[in-house]
Design a protein. Structure first.
Length: 221
């Protein structure tokens, strides 16, 4: 006897709970993603299709959407907009991601803690894959320390000491490609207010492909 779902049932979509940048930062992220496309990339950010975002928590949820939206609304109304300082570009030469990384400040850390505490009890098992394509049930046994603990407790590794607030611009087809970021906007151009929380359905490479709901922070109406 097994508790695995029948093979003909579709898997649950992965949902990303995200902090959304201001329109100005979103546009600059999309422009940078287009600029990077000349190097050969897997995707390009564009408004309404592939959204610039900062991930707080990823999971699969066998719950009605309205229930997840209510949980998010309860967090949003208690949280003021978050101002973040961009620190540097980060290039992942193992997996091809290029990102802008933000200071791990107290407000964004507290917000992630609230999101994880609220959403983790609602998740349905573990995601099938992470943004770089690893099958989590195969990768988890190879991990150690806080990464393994996070996967076991939360089904998500980038929590606590491994939380890296960032916006991913794209993913290079040549995974070990390293570029000179001097031609890109200075990191400070991505600093500013992140005014909304969102729930998005995820696609390949950690992209946010469908907006489920987006809620303004600090809106107590």
């Amino acid at each position: 006897m097994t508790d695995s779902p029948p093979r003909d049932l579709p898997s649950l979509p992965t949902v990303d709970v995200v902090l959304m940048p201001s329109p100005a930062i979103a546009r600059r992220s999309e422009e940078t993603s287009r600029q990077l496309a000349e190097h050969g990339t897997e995707f390009t950010l564009r408004d309404g299709e592939l959204f610039a975002h900062l991930s707080l928590y990823m999971g699969t949820f066998d719950r009605p959407q309205w229930e997840l939206e209510q949980v998010l609304a309860d967090i949003a109304k208690e949280t003021p907009p978050v101002r973040l300082t961009a620190e540097r570009y980060t290039q992942d030469l193992d997996h091809g991601m290029i990102e802008i990384t933000y200071e791990n400040s107290a407000p964004v850390t507290r917000l992630q803690e609230m999101v994880v505490a609220a959403f983790n009890p609602l998740r349905s098992g573990m995601r099938e894959r992470d943004p770089v394509g690893r099958v989590l049930r195969e990768w988890q046994p190879t991990t150690t320390g806080e990464v393994r603990t996070n996967l076991e407790r939360y089904g998500y590794d980038e929590i606590g000491g491994h939380f890296r607030p960032h916006i991913t611009f794209t993913r290079f087809r040549l995974r070990d490609l390293s570029i000179d970021t001097g031609a890109l906007p200075p990191p400070a151009a991505f600093s500013g207010i992140f005014p909304t929380l969102g729930l998005f359905e995820m696609g390949e490479h950690g992209t946010c492909t469908r907006r489920m709901v987006e809620l303004r922070l600090g809106d107590n109406r």
